[in-house]
Structures are given as structure tokens and as C-alpha cells.
Write a protein that binds this ligand. Structure first.
Ligand code: ATP
Ligand code: MG
Length: 567
């Protein structure tokens, strides 16, 4: 490609709303252009990067024997009503009516449509297992689109859906997809981790997220410092840390006038928050109140809490007015002494002794509280987020916490959709069986943003070769004045093209400084500079985007030199 026939759309300044480096650099390098909140156009160079990522995904998915399909973005409400998600999905699902007043939505995901296809075309166990995928536009009306294409409203996803006779077959394909995802992210050149994720009703190890490790990540990833254990924050488990010590203090009520937060209470009473508890009140499955108790310095894990027996799903915090009416005090004063509602106590809180809690009376707390002696029966449970330093659930080492960007998610769905949408096949014994299903997603645009988060410097993007918009840029000095430079540059350009090197010849009438800056901003991995001075000596200047040093190489060897860098 010659720059004069192309659009080099670099801009000087990133907009104010670009808070993270990948967003700033994608705008500055002219990969994307904002249309409206969460909606971006891909300019020629950005699209080229997208296509390189898609090619890798396609090749690896095809290798895994998945079959490519393409489903519509617009989907009829009836399918979503069948799966019950028309009501359940919430405002991320963009709904609209057609001219005949029929309800539709823009697909945020395609389980319903693919299940409908499977229902029509898969009749016998002999056709199973089968795995369909597409690379296609999704729309999610995200509450807070941000970070450019990292969390946009319209984005490209590779989504795949597999169908199986039984859980065993699902487990096998799940393993293949896990490996396929590793192959894809390895080829793209990402530093990533596969982590255990919450797997909803199916449980076990049936869901993994793939996270790119980056400071700007919105997710929290928990690792063991001494083993392979890795899980996201929702999923990472905690365990009982032993029995409480025997009581040493007497139960005593103290005044805590006007003090509301746990930190303020602990400051006033000069107690470490680790020796206090906080009591949250949620709604039980029958509508009554249920208490969830955590150590003062810990945070509730809502995913874990919503799975407790007898708790309403999704988790719903009690209304403060109702709490005042039924328990006799405001939120900040609830405690476990004489508390007459079911109580679930986090393992870490359950091993405290002589601790502080609210007295179920405003402006009063208890000190010297002890389980059993002062409280009714408690249900020790895993209720909290892990914190750095917690023992790893696999018994090896301690937990470390880092930020991650979720680029992929694989999930064993079981028969959730085939049950609700009646997607069955005839088994070997002639009986109809609802198919087991797996689903596997990759955020194509997010991969690019995540890669830039990991690969950049003060000059711009440093694309890994596999997804760089070009392999090589040729920068001729005085292309428009020196016929010798022009002749050499044009010949080199043709020679590179002949060898299938994805090359950009910067033949713009720009100052060298601008051409150098653009090639660095764009992150093109290799650069050759041709000038009259170099030509006098039969040389050309080479620079790699990822190294500071420049080298002079023989002009006549330059194509083979670049080819050797591209293997
Ligand atoms: P998140 O927790 O980040 O919202 P999700 O759990 O909703 O992600 P999935 O439904 O599993 O995501 O979608 C599969 C993949 O699609 C994600 O792993 C992510 O890479 C990508 N993705 C999801 N939402 C967006 C978005 N708003 N913008 C860009 N990519 C997205
Ligand atoms: Mg989401």
C-alpha cells in the first residue's frame, strides 16, 4: 500500500473522554472514529487490524472443526420470550418495533437464534456433537459505555455454540475450546490468564474467562502465588479458618452516638475493624428478612450470597424502612445479639471472639460479643470477596490480586436453552433428549484495545506482528525531490510485495519527522529509511519499533533481512 492511495488518519490530540491509553492511541493513530457514545467507525487501518484478528480466530476455530454461520443482528421477540430472557435481560437489550408493530431486539448474544437453528436442522444423535460459530456485530445498550471499543455498545464478537447428547460430550468440546482460545490469544501475542469464573447453575469448573492482565482492567483476578489456581473475584473461594477462641470478655453495651459507618465505630471504640462485624440485611426467598454477617474489613460477594439457600435471587438488599420497622434500628446499628431472623455468617467473621457489633438499637453497639454465648445459631458460609494474602483454595500458597480485561468467556450452559425452547434430538434408543449446550465468546475489538494496553510506549502503539496493520513501513527521505530515492523506494516496495510482506510505502509529501512519528504511533513493527546519503554507500537504515537502536544494512539484502525478521 502507498500512503498516497491510502488514508493515514492520525490526529494530534486524543479527546478528553479518552481516559485509558488504548482509547487515546486508537483515536490518535486513526484506527477508530467516534460516532456517538459507545459507537465507533473503523477507519481503513483499524479495519485492517480487526481483519487480522478475525483471520486468526477463524483459522483456529476452523481447526477445531467448528462450523461458521452468520445470524441476523435483528431478532424477533418471540424467541426471547420462549427462553424467558425478554423479561429477564434488562435494559442492555435494545428493543424496538417494526412497521407492523412487532417486537424485535438487536442481538446482544445469539443463544436463542442458534438454538432455534439447531432445533430445525439437528434431528438425530448421529449429527452430534456440533459446534457453530460466527464473527458478527452485537449490540448491548451498556449503562456506561467507556474506554473506547473496550466497552462499547456495538461491537464484534466471535460467538460459538456447541450442541451435545450428554454432559460428557459437552465437557470434551469445552476442553477443545479452552485450548482453541489459548491458541488464539497466543497467536495474537497477548499476556493472558484463563481464570475460573462463576458458572451459575451448572457449578464445578464449567466456566472460564480469559483475562488480559492490565492495570486498566475492570475485573479483579485472583491468583495463587505458588500454583496454577486463578479465578475471578466472584468465583474465588474462601474457607473456614478454624474455631473462635473461648470468650474472654463480658458482653457490654456502649454508646456510639451519631456514628454510622463501621470505620467510624471502630475509630470511636479504638478497635481494629478486623475485630468487628457488619450485618447486612437481604430479602429471603419467601420475602422475609435474612442477615448476612461479614468481618468489618471484608466485602460482601453478591454472587456467592445469592446462591445461599433461602435467599431471593437476584440478591436484593432490604429496604431501610422495613428494617427499622422489623428490627427496631437503622442499618448501621444492626447486630447479631438477640437478632431473630436467619443469620449467615462469613467464615472469617465466624472465627472471631470478643468482637464488636451493632446492638439493634440506634446509637448503641455491643463489645465483647461471642458466638453461641450471645447469639442464636449461625450458618458459617463463604460470603465475602477474597483479599490479597488469603490462603489459596487449592491449599498451595496465598492469593495475589491483579486487574484483568476479559477478552473471552467459555461456558457450559447445559440444557438451559434446549429445555425452555424444546430443542431435542432422537437418541440411540429412539427417545427424544434435550441437547446439552456450550457457548464460547471472544470480544474481537476488545482484543485490540487490550493488546494496546499491553504494548505501547510514549510514542504510540507497539503492535505484535500478528495483528499489526502493516509488517513494514518504508520511509523515503526526499521522495518527491530525489529521483534516485524514489526509484529505490519504489523498487524495494515492489520487491517486498512480491515476497508477500505487508508493506506501506510512505510516499506522502510530508517532513521525515511526521512520517517517523506516524509510523511509531501506528506501531508498525519494522521500518526502513532510504535517503541519498544511505544510497551513496549502498545502505539502508533499519529500525524495529520495539527497540531503540537503528542499524545500517546493505540495500541489496534488505528484503531478505526483513523476511528473516518476520518468521
Ligand atoms: P463484561 O463482563 O465485560 O461486560 P460479559 O460477561 O458481558 O463481559 P460475554 O457476554 O461473555 O461478556 O461476551 C463475550 C465477550 O464479548 C467478552 O469476553 C468481551 O470480550 C466481549 N464484550 C462483552 N461486552 C462488550 C462490550 N460492551 N464492548 C466490547 N466487548 C464486549
Ligand atoms: Mg457485559
Amino acid at each position: 500500500m502507498k500512503s498516497s492511495d491510502y488514508l493515514i488518519s492520525t490526529v494530534k490530540e486524543a479527546p478528553n473522554d479518552a481516559k485509558i491509553i488504548s482509547h487515546q492511541l486508537m483515536i490518535r493513530a486513526g484506527l477508530i472514529s467516534k460516532l456517538a457514545s459507545g459507537l465507533y467507525s473503523y477507519l481503513p487501518i483499524g479495519l485492517k487490524v480487526i481483519q487480522k484478528v478475525e483471520k486468526i480466530i477463524r483459522e483456529e476455530m476452523n481447526k477445531s472443526s467448528a462450523l461458521e454461520v452468520l445470524m441476523p443482528v435483528a431478532q424477533p421477540a418471540e424467541l426471547w420470550q420462549e427462553s424467558k430472557r425478554w423479561e429477564e435481560y434488562g435494559p442492555e437489550l435494545l428493543r424496538f418495533k417494526d412497521r407492523h408493530d412487532r417486537d424485535f431486539c438487536l442481538g446482544p448474544t445469539h443463544e436463542e437464534v442458534i438454538t432455534n437453528i439447531a432445533k430445525q436442522y439437528i434431528r438425530s444423535y448421529k449429527q452430534l456433537p456440533i459446534n457453530f460459530y460466527q464473527i458478527q456485530t452485537k449490540f448491548r445498550d451498556e449503562i456506561r459505555p467507556r474506554f473506547g471499543v473496550m466497552r462499547s455498545r456495538e461491537f464484534i464478537m466471535k460467538d460459538a455454540y456447541s450442541f451435545h447428547m450428554n454432559e460428557e460430550s459437552l465437557g470434551e468440546t469445552y476442553k477443545v475450546m479452552h485450548q482453541t482460545y489459548c491458541n488464539i490469544f497466543d497467536r495474537v501475542g497477548l499476556d493472558y490468564r484463563a481464570v475460573l469464573a462463576d458458572s451459575g447453575a451448572i457449578g464445578g469448573d464449567s466456566s472460564h474467562e480469559f483475562h488480559v492482565i492490565a492495570e486498566s482492567g475492570e475485573d479483579t483476578i485472583c491468583f495463587s502465588d505458588s500454583s496454577d489456581y486463578a479465578a475471578n473475584l466472584e468465583r474465588a473461594e474462601t474457607f473456614s479458618q478454624g474455631e473462635p477462641n473461648s470468650p474472654e470478655e463480658d458482653l457490654k453495651e456502649v454508646e456510639t452516638l451519631g456514628v454510622k459507618t463501621i470505620d467510624d465505630v471502630c475509630n470511636l471504640l479504638k478497635v481494629d475493624p478486623q475485630k468487628s462485624i457488619k450485618t447486612l440485611v437481604v430479602i429471603g426467598s419467601d420475602g422475609s428478612l435474612v442477615a448476612l454477617v461479614l468481618r468489618g474489613d471484608h466485602e460482601l460477594n453478591e454472587v456467592k450470597a445469592s446462591k445461599l439457600k433461602g435467599i431471593k435471587q437476584p440478591l436484593q438488599m432490604a429496604d431501610e424502612e422495613e428494617v427499622v420497622k422489623k428490627l427496631g434500628c437503622n442499618f448501621g446499628s444492626i447486630g447479631v445479639v438477640n437478632l431473630d431472623i436467619p443469620i449467615f455468617v462469613d467464615y472469617a467473621a465466624a472465627c472471631l471472639s470478643d468482637f464488636v457489633c451493632g446492638a439493634n438499637e440506634n446509637d448503641k453497639h455491643f463489645i465483647g460479643v461471642n458466638w453461641q454465648r450471645d447469639t442464636k445459631q449461625i450458618n458459617p458460609s463463604d460470603l465475602r470477596n477474597v483479599v490479597a494474602g488469603d490462603p489459596s483454595p487449592d491449599g498451595q500458597g496465598n492469593i495475589e490480586i491483579k486487574r484483568g480485561i476479559e477478552v473471552g468467556h467459555i461456558f457450559q450452559l447445559g440444557t438451559k436453552y434446549s429445555d425452555s425452547m424444546n430443542a431435542n434430538v432422537i437418541g440411540e434408543d429412539g427417545r427424544a433428549v434435550n441437547m446439552n449446550m456450550g457457548c464460547y465468546g471472544i470480544g474481537v475489538n476488545r482484543i485490540i484495545a487490550a493488546s494496546i494496553e499491553q504494548n505501547h510506549d510514549e510514542k504510540g502503539i507497539i503492535f505484535p506482528r500478528a495483528i499489526a496493520p502493516f509488517d513494514l513501513v518504508i520511509v523515503p527521505i526526499n521522495y518527491h525531490k530525489s529521483s534516485r530515492v524514489r526509484g529505490l523506494a519504489d523498487q524495494l516496495y515492489l520487491d517486498c510485495k512480491e515476497k508477500n510482506i505487508d508493506v506501506l510505502l510512505d510516499d506522502r509529501k510530508e517532513r521525515p519527522g511526521i512520517m517517523f512519528a506516524d509510523s511509531e504511533l501506528l506501531g508498525i513493527p519494522h521500518r526502513l529509511v532510504i535517503s541519498d546519503t544511505h544510497a551513496d554507500n549502498g545502505k539502508i537504515e533499519y529500525k524495529s519499533r520495539s527497540h531503540a537502536d537503528k542499524a545500517e544494512i546493505d540495500f541489496k539484502n534488505s528484503v531478505s533481512f526483513i523476511l528473516s525478521k518476520l518468521v
